[in-house]
Write a protein that binds this ligand. Sequence first.
Ligand code: SF4
Length: 337
Amino acid sequence: MLIRPESGWPQQVRDWKIVNSESFRNLDDLLEYCEIDRSGSVSTDGVEFTTRVTRYFASLIEKGNPLDPLLLQVLPTVQELQHVDGYSRDAVGDRQSMPVPGLIHKYHGRVLLTLTGACPIHCRYCFRRHFAYGEAGVDYGSDGPVMRYLSGHEEVNEVILSGGDPLMLSDQKLAKLIAKLNCIPHIRLLRIHSRALSVLPERITKVFIDTIKQFAGRVVFVTHINHPNEISAHNRAAFHRLSQQGHGLFNQTVLLKRVNNSAQTLAELSNRLIESHIVPYYLHCLDKVEGAAHFDLSRKEACGIYRELRSRLPGYLLPLMVEEIPGRLSKTPVICR
Ligand code: SF4
């Protein structure tokens, strides 16, 4: 069934900063809300990466279901402490590709800014869960090293705002950054990678949209949604507000064991995304980050799922399955024959 998007601006919107501050930050509170008992492997003992889940995301978790695919994305377990060969703290080689603090330059024509370490949700498989954000702060409002680097690299025409989650920055800070980028004529594309778009839709305010409009070039958004249950009328309304402004919306999904490792789930996700004005873009194989090995699938399993997905979907709904190999000049498509 085609979902009819909501129109207009909601009459009453709560301040996103207050909504964000009400997130679950304590495992017991989250489990109590989800009506789930602490089982043997669920634990925060010794786990550095803290628990954080927005109330909205938690509301989509099925009560009493310890295997809920949304819950499993945010539930800390003792498996995160296991050392597994081949999994490292810098799984994608970000640190070797940072010519100035906060700016990652790996690929031709585009750079990524790690604007903040803050996120509205802590995804247990996150490839930046060990990232040294303290050493990578961006002085985004000044003519500091990031702006000097961008000015001096005319081959770079796209800036990707990332983090953490760039939408954890205030609109004032984003406006300052945009004003600086507007002074560099060869920066014509602004890409915003954010999980707040789907897990904290209150963030998409009129002020935010007006702030983004100040960018002189084109703006595209990349959402991060892994399961069809993450889409509801609440965040669909936010996606619709962005698409009404003419911004492109794309989604990347991480292939995760016990969360979305079935062609049926991924096909349903692609359909829900397109109904929400979002193009399914990448299906990422898990970055081999320390603490996340229990989410990984063998290449054989991943290809089996992808082949079935390809047989179920028209080409425009099929995300490209990719992996990130440190040192390569682009994401690498995974070839499944
Ligand atoms: S929102 Fe993104 S950066 Fe933040 S924890 Fe999740 S995957 Fe990592």
